[in-house]
Design a protein around this ligand. Structure first.
Ligand SMILES: Cc1cc2nc3c(=O)[nH]c(=O)nc-3n(C[C@H](O)[C@H](O)[C@H](O)COP(=O)(O)O)c2cc1C
Length: 212
């Protein structure tokens, strides 16, 4: 396990050196503003509480935990981006040049299929999208997700977990796959982040949901 952590840290360093932007020594930081960041919408209750969806991909469940915290805190709906073909441990082996995850990440056009879609995506004003960093990027299945819906008029807020890498350009690259969406700056978390860490972040977003 210690060896794994060291390897992941080394991996993070490689991506940091490759220009993806490094975090301050293991700390958490706010990611770069994504492609079309614009002033944050304030949805403070008033006449209309926003409908919020927290969508996430999390094959080893770290991002999932944080997505659950975020959804609870924001009174949002939760949606797991489940792959049609689940990822095995062998699929996630980044030491193997021909593992599924490596092949997908080497192919920018790869779009792994998703098992089941969001019910009535139209109802959501705000969508948080959570994912693990894979090779400095969002896994390709997150591209499948963002290309599956019309995000025009929606506010999108990305977040990620990683061993060491920052969000890098992962959110900007996802933003390019959507049209007419307002992408707010995202946030990178360590996999062991607490409910309080997530609560502090989401409560600073100035949005609140209305899930029943
Ligand atoms: C295929 C693959 C590639 C990864 N690439 C990176 C990376 O570039 N930088 C990094 O810091 N962590 C990397 N990691 C570690 C994950 O980002 C980290 O363990 C994450 O918290 C896993 O989230 P999950 O449990 O929600 O799947 C990688 C993990 C896998 C499986």
């Amino acid at each position: 396990m210690k060896k794994m952590t060291l390897l992941l840290l080394a991996l993070g360093m490689i991506f940091a050196l490759a220009g993806c932007g490094a975090d301050t020594a293991g700390g958490e930081s706010t990611g770069e503003a994504a492609a079309s960041a614009s002033p944050q919408k304030q949805q403070t209750g008033g006449q209309h509480a926003a409908r919020i969806l927290v969508a996430y991909f999390s094959p080893t469940h770290s991002t999932e935990k944080l997505a659950e915290y975020a959804a609870e805190e924001l009174q949002a709906d939760l949606y797991a981006i489940n792959p049609a073909v689940p990822y095995t441990a062998a699929d996630l082996d980044y030491h193997n040049d021909s593992s599924r995850s490596t092949l997908e990440m080497h192919d920018a056009g790869s779009r792994p299929a998703i098992a089941a879609g969001v019910e009535n995506m139209q109802q959501y004003d705000i969508v948080l999208i959570g994912y693990p960093i894979w090779w400095g990027e969002a896994p390709r299945i997150v591209s499948t997700f963002v290309e599956s819906y019309d995000f025009a008029g929606k506010t999108v807020i990305p977040f990620c977990t990683s061993a060491a890498s920052d969000m890098g350009s992962s959110a900007e690259n996802l933003a390019r796959l959507t049209k007419g969406a307002d992408w707010l700056p995202g946030r990178r978390f360590g996999a062991d982040s607490s409910r309080e860490d997530v609560a502090a972040w989401v409560n600073g977003l100035g949005v609140k949901g209305s899930a029943q």
